[in-house]
Design a binder for this molecule. Sequence first.
Ligand code: K1U
Ligand code: ZN
Length: 181
Amino acid sequence: MTLLNILEYPDPRLRTKAESIESFDDRLSSFAKNMFKTMYDAKGIGLAATQVDYHKRLIVLYISDNQDYPMCIINPEIIKKAGKIIYEEGCLSVPGIFEKVDRFKNILVRYCELDGTTVEIEAEGLLAICIQHEIDHLNGKLFVDYLSSLKRSRLKKQIDKLKTSSSETVDTDDLPQKRVI
Ligand code: K1U
Ligand code: ZN
């Protein structure tokens, strides 16, 4: 299994609209395994293929308090939605930032499983929030797009600050090296 690289905001590749999956073969299963490994390693509860620069409609999820098994969701479609819920969301592509977003509370989702079977599930709470967040990724949308322009520009400064402070950590390769003679 391979650990995949997660793209970070504002990488323009995160804005790509993913295409439907047509072949349900061994290559797809092995890609899904790599997605699960990457999600677990990053301590996320979801991951969309777009985030690892693969522009096909596949999502992996593991929400332990809701659906106690890993889910691979291919070509998802929301066919019913109701209610409203506000939740402070995070995103593996926008590390360190958490913001409140409005979502539908209950959704009915139709999707394909890894073997190509079409299924429907009713989702609510965190599962519904996470599915909507991941479908947005497949459409090139990020949770920060829901924020006001003022909040977004504040966020941009916050991200730049986080990046500067992480690049200021001392690289020991730059220090004088002790030579044994
Ligand atoms: O798509 C992603 O970037 C994954 C994202 C999913 C998500 C979390 C919370 C609300 C909406 C969507 C994450 O897993 S962020 C990781 C995280 O910080 C978290 C983990 C458990 C519960 C809540 C947040
Ligand atoms: Zn995300």
